[in-house]
Design a protein around this ligand. Sequence first.
Ligand SMILES: [Zn+2]
Length: 327
Amino acid sequence: MEIPLRILDAHTHLSGSESGESAELILLCLDTCGIDKAFIFAPLIDSRSDQLTVQHIEDVRAHNTYCASLCSTAPDRLIGFCVLNPAPGLASGSVARATDLMIEEVRRCYHELGLRGVKMVPAGWYPDDPEVLRLYRVIAELGMYTIFHVGIFLDGREGKYCRPAFYEGVHQVTGLRVQLAHVGWPWVDEALAVLAMETELHGQDPANWQLRADLSFGPPDDWQLTTWQKAIDSVPPGMLCYGSDVFWPKSPREYREQYLQPQFGLFEVAATNSHIIPEGDPKRAEVRQKIFYDNAWAHFQAAVHVPQRPVASERPIATPHANLGKH
Ligand SMILES: [Zn+2]
């Protein structure tokens, strides 16, 4: 009897209207590679956060509208995430005012666009800034799920804002459910220490944890297996999620060769080396299923009270300032 593996890719990026991506191409890739669902982030803006100005607020809105419209093609499979950024430059240097703008935007994303996910990349503001916590409270009240970039950017953006320990601020907002990306590379030890505190704070039931992590991208080649190994050895496997960090569009071959197959390999080797989930043991299949689907979906559902209803835009959305595939 064949036991099908369900797969959810918990970390993928749209590149914007100029890249030729479409819901149909993404779905073709998912179907060919056996992926059930993907978390789909609105395009990032192709400027450093410290270069954002008041004009970019229109880009933030357009990108979120674009994401909802694309995901409306298959709302059960393409799970849309707005990108929010309370960067002070968006509001003449004020984090407080920028937070107000993002509160307004997240309400629009929930009520008018039907989105239930939020992606944020702290830069120019810290994730535990008391002003920004106001935004998190609104996100939790609405019933939305949050993914944060954690760690250094490989293109030299401002990684200092994204150290794992700053995300302990999440604990100040009851009900917020957060996925920390990249296991915080290069601060993997710090990210795992923060994750390990979840059981101290919230107990052993995964339903109560506020933080989980995705294993996407991040570590350079020599650290990839070490990162998987430390993660599997150090925190409950219920805290870890598969993510590719792909920038759409990608051919099925590219997706499988560059992301899915290598991540499978890393999981299997790390699981064998762990000596706690041996080859052939039923627990291996159980843990694989959790990491490649169940963990991210359960965490998402713990935050989201009403399923997403992404809205199709009546006209094509231009995204001239989208980041086409860098970080
Ligand atoms: Zn990413």
